[in-house]
Design a protein around this ligand. Structure first.
Ligand SMILES: C[S@@+](CC[C@H](N)C(=O)[O-])C[C@H]1O[C@@H](n2cnc3c(N)ncnc32)[C@H](O)[C@@H]1O
Length: 165
């Protein structure tokens, strides 16, 4: 057993996400299906100085705690499928470490408030980190996309249901 297996890692939220989604059922499952959906990210005052220069980026990664996820399953039937998959081959929210990752469009910044678009995040979600999305680093031509290849363009924009609530 690895010396890390019983290690606990503690993070503090740097802010909170405000979105139109008050419940998980029926909300977008990825930013690709949340085009134009606006919200704000409120950064706590002690972290505000770290936002300097962020407005130069049109897109940012939001990394957050999926705080309404309880427990996890190593096999899940993801939103876009009817077949069980290994959780790490999915974006399902019930994971051993319930960390969410979304690339959103940064519309603007007012002091410690970021105005963002394309949100697939529940209102009140604690934010762990922000990183700039840089196409030179983050865009890769892919040869395969596993089981998701089968899902149509339409399905990828579908809304979620209550399966992980
Ligand atoms: C499939 S996950 C994908 C999230 C992110 N884009 C990712 O890939 O990590 C998106 C779903 O997670 C659920 N969700 C969103 N915010 C959540 C939160 N704070 N706690 C628990 N579940 C959440 C909603 O059902 C939403 O449709």
């Amino acid at each position: 057993m690895s010396r890390f297996s019983d290690m606990k890692i503690e993070y503090r939220p740097i802010g909170v996400v405000h979105s139109p989604f008050k419940k998980r059922d029926g909300m977008p499952i990825q930013p690709a299906g949340a085009s134009g959906i606006r919200g704000t990210v409120e950064i706590f005052s002690e972290y505000k100085d770290g936002l300097r220069d962020l407005e130069g980026f049109s897109h940012i990664f939001l990394i957050y705690h999926l705080h309404k996820s309880a427990g996890y399953s190593l096999r899940v039937i993801p939103f876009l499928d009817t077949v069980e998959r290994g959780v790490f081959a999915t974006r399902a929210p019930r994971r051993p470490n319930p960390i969410g990752l979304s690339v959103v469009r940064l519309v603007g910044r007012e002091d410690a408030i970021l105005h963002v678009e394309n949100l697939d995040i529940l209102d009140g979600t604690p934010l762990l980190d922000i990183k700039p999305y840089v196409s030179a680093f983050d865009v890769h031509p892919t040869e395969r996309a596993g089981w998701i290849e089968k899902a149509s363009e339409e399905a990828r924009k579908a809304r979620g249901d209550s399966r992980f609530t």
